[in-house]
Design a binder for this molecule. Sequence first.
Ligand SMILES: [Zn+2]
Length: 297
Amino acid sequence: MLLQDLSDCRPFMMSLQTPTPLLKQARQALLRNEELAISAVEQLPMELFPALLRGAFKGRHNRMVKAMVAAWPFPCLPAGTLMKTSNLETFQAVLEGVDMLLARNFLPRCLRNPLETLSLTGYFVSESDLNYFPSCHCLWQLKHLATRGVELWALNALPLQLLLETVSHTLQSLDLQGCMMEDSQLTVLIPVLSRCTQLTKINLYDNDFSVPILKDLLLHTANWSKMNWEQYPAPLECYNDFGCIDTERFLHLCPELLDALRAQRQPKGIVFATDICLQCGVRSVYDLRPRLCPCWQ
Ligand SMILES: [Zn+2]
């Protein structure tokens, strides 16, 4: 992460939290005149940066955010803290600013380091957003990627494939729960997933995959020697025409998938889970043994 050394960041964090009245006035004036702030960003006193960046975030002045990040004078940038109040466009502005900063390559230690975690949980992501990420240099050594709840079913899987290709040698955890992906998308991702050899955790719950495609994925995971914890959705064939779980098929198909995987490698922790039951709010799971939701007990 960009926040590498908290002790170096302490003076910065304090100034972020407690802007003086004078800094407050200067910040407000600059936020009212975005063009002026952008054109003067290289001349701004250091003390102004934290409060002004926070204001630019809040007001979604994305051009100002990008310019300020690109000119960031401190050895750390509290991107994680700020991103909690941001939207995806602002997030992209930060990434673009970080890329520019990396290109200038004049700061220590920590801004030269790329992002380790990208979490887009709860965002609406468009195809152009996805297209952008693979080209972003600061994401090229990502260790943790989470797009939980980001609906990908209607989107082209190629940008995600490209991003995974870029980070396949570093990625340790992948959380695609609730992305509502379908067979066609997983088919595109299987070859690159098979090359993510550093993966220790994967979560594919709440995606719509059929038995043949899930099996195909599992048969391509022989290289996942570091995998500790894998979560897969119960295949589509486990549901009847009304979307309710067919327990007989569930109890038959999950062991079949597990057997297919065991022909490749020995899983350490693995679960197949249905969607959350609409009656009781609990998933039926198969983790070496079946545990059906309370409705079936
Ligand atoms: Zn239930």
